[in-house]
Design a protein around this ligand. Sequence first.
Ligand SMILES: C[S@@+](CC[C@H](N)C(=O)[O-])C[C@H]1O[C@@H](n2cnc3c(N)ncnc32)[C@H](O)[C@@H]1O
Length: 386
Amino acid sequence: MRYNLYLTCPRGLEIECANELEEMGCENITIDSGGVFLTGDLRTIYTVNHLSRLGMHLLLKIVQLDCKDERTLYHEINGINWTKYISYIQTISVNFRARRSWVTNTQFAALKVKDAVVDKIRAYSGKRPSIDIRSADVPIDVFLDGTTCNVYLNTSGDALFKRGYREKIHKAAINEALAAGLVKLTKWSSPDPLFDPMCGSGTFAIEAAMMALKIPPRATRRDYSFMKWLNYDSYLWEDVKLDAENNINFSSKMKIYSSDKLIENIDMCRASAIKAGVDKYIRFSVCNIKHFRPLTEKSGFIITNPPYGERIGGDDEELEFLYTTINERFNNFCKGFSVFMICTESPFLEYIEATPSSSIPIRNGKLECNFIEYNIPSAEIRSPNA
Ligand SMILES: C[S@@+](CC[C@H](N)C(=O)[O-])C[C@H]1O[C@@H](n2cnc3c(N)ncnc32)[C@H](O)[C@@H]1O
């Protein structure tokens, strides 16, 4: 059976997400804003849930409806044969999103959808499924664009950025899917050296190492929505996992360095890296950026997420000092390096005396950011007479 699927992803990473799906052999890939359309069978659903590093939720489209008001919304949703997908002993949840539409209150619209689903199942079996907004067996996603209403089953359940390797997290950490996507955007590959000198909980380093070793991003996750479906095929799921396991390449030589000024952050990084199975491949150290220099390396990649004063970073004076220091370290000690930083539109970026070679708009949670690349000229280019 072929399904129409939609993989949501962080805004700004749609092309990388589509590339990743192509590498997995998915078909009919089309880029949308905030996600990617694709088609596939049950194996595709299991594979994408197991292997996608950039995806957030994999949704399976049940139907497209035309709903011009509250009454037609209830009527059309109630017309779906829900008993094909949900039994009364299961729990459900409804996530409703709308744009350019008559809906003014999405929570109220979600309640209408829930009533329509529950009424349908009760009419068929005499009993109704319960609601569980946190971890429903069958999460339902509804997107209304104008009057076009797409109804999906969420195959993932918990968001796919939840890899399961983090117990503690830095308060300004970026999510794992975004970190993996940004690492992909740098075009880094092992054995080129990769540094994060302000690593917080070490998300870039851990995601990069898992990527290079081909460790499935959620190798230890046990729970997906599709496992609660009536057609769940546990043999197929085991087969998908086995295929991925056989692809892991532990022999990869890696030079990934992750540092932060705070020892508690480095402790947190180590604990997560151990859980992710990549601690042997990352060199963690406590280091203030004012002492940072990639000693033996003549070129390589730096990817980092400096404080920008939103959740952490201190007052303007501290940030001014920090960005001046970053500028001094990168320009004097990282010659020949490609430097990538994810930042909000910060006035402190003016302290970086280099012209960005690219800047890609990226959404980091609620913050509009840019992923900026600086190519620091190599020593030879800078001093032609030397
Ligand atoms: C936005 S957080 C990084 C979050 C990280 N990307 C993650 O996913 O957890 C910024 C980090 O920069 C570190 N930092 C701030 N000033 C620093 C400095 N002078 N030297 C080194 N690290 C610094 C902070 O301790 C914090 O962990």
